[in-house]
Design a protein around this ligand. Structure first.
Ligand code: SF4
Length: 279
């Protein structure tokens, strides 16, 4: 963190900092000094709900990047924004959102992931290029909730989550901490996804949603034999299903006792002899 603070200080204290392209224009404070057609939000106005049309987003981002490319503190800006900080044992970019130093958040995350995993050997591309995985990735690029991703990919939620989990592993990401944004950035990096279709989020959406926790159903009270036979069983108590009939070796017939084991009943007559003979 200390390095990031020092790098931010170096950027802000640079003699040309006040001439940066994204500074407020002196005549129109809501507009950028480097291009007054742009709002100051053009650099870090994340489109979190996906409502901004893709064409408008791409045009806005391109215009902001062009301003950056003429900015006198572009190097200092990018160096600070792409420095790494560690919080709670997890490493992240100092500025994970928005355009900094002429680069989009997605590009910066891709570079970050490349640096982190440059030693690890990724899975072969053919393992990740299955039609279902690619459909899940494309759905994840524009949707956030597990249900919407599954629906757009044409699979059930469980399958979509499974494929997301497989992709996280195959792209060498940390299953415990990987975010949707990191997964998409890694997929773009591997050529599995077109960066233009990715809708940004705030970086807090997990790559693989945790399993939903449903409350266990309360155990049903087991009725007593007396309740079963006397008919005093309360309505809410389910009657246990009778045990399945099973032939015994010692007897040909069985009597089923609800909730209990089958009781053998001796045959009234020897089975191989006619009734007349027994009479
Ligand atoms: S390089 Fe940084 S300081 Fe310069 S315009 Fe871009 S975001 Fe602003």
């Amino acid at each position: 963190m200390t390095d990031s603070i020092a790098l931010r200080k170096a950027w802000e204290e640079h003699p040309h900092y006040k001439y940066r392209g994204c500074a407020p224009d002196p005549d129109e404070p809501g507009r950028a000094a480097g291009d007054t057609s742009l709002s100051l939000d053009a650099w870090h106005g994340e489109d979190r709900d996906g409502s901004e049309p893709q064409r408008e987003r791409l045009a806005r981002e391109q215009a902001a990047v062009e301003v950056c490319l003429n900015c006198p503190v572009m190097v200092q800006c990018g160096t600070y924004a792409n420095s790494v900080v560690t919080e709670g044992g997890k490493a992240r970019l100092a500025e994970p959102d928005g355009i900094w130093g002429g680069e989009l958040a997605l590009e910066r995350h891709r570079a970050f992931i490349r640096r982190r995993h440059e030693i690890a050997a990724p899975a072969p591309a053919r393992q990740m290029r299955t039609p279902q995985k690619l459909r899940v990735l494309e759905a994840l690029a524009v949707h956030v909730t597990p249900e919407a991703v599954a629906d757009a990919a044409g699979v059930d939620v469980r399958t979509a989550n499974w494929q997301r989990s497989r992709l996280v592993t195959q792209l060498n990401l940390d299953k415990q901490t990987a975010t949707r944004r990191e997964l998409l950035a890694a997929a773009v990096e591997r050529g599995l996804l077109d960066a233009a279709v990715v809708v940004a989020d705030d970086g807090s959406v997990p790559a693989v949603p945790p399993p939903s926790k449903t409350a266990p159903e309360p155990e049903a009270a087991v009725p007593t034999q007396l309740e079963l036979w006397s008919g005093t069983l309360p309505q809410s108590v389910p009657v246990p299903r009778p045990a399945r009939a099973r032939r015994s070796r010692s007897a040909r017939r069985v009597v089923l006792v609800p909730g209990g084991a089958p009781s053998p009943v001796l045959p009234l007559f020897p089975t191989n002899e006619p009734m007349e003979a027994a009479a």
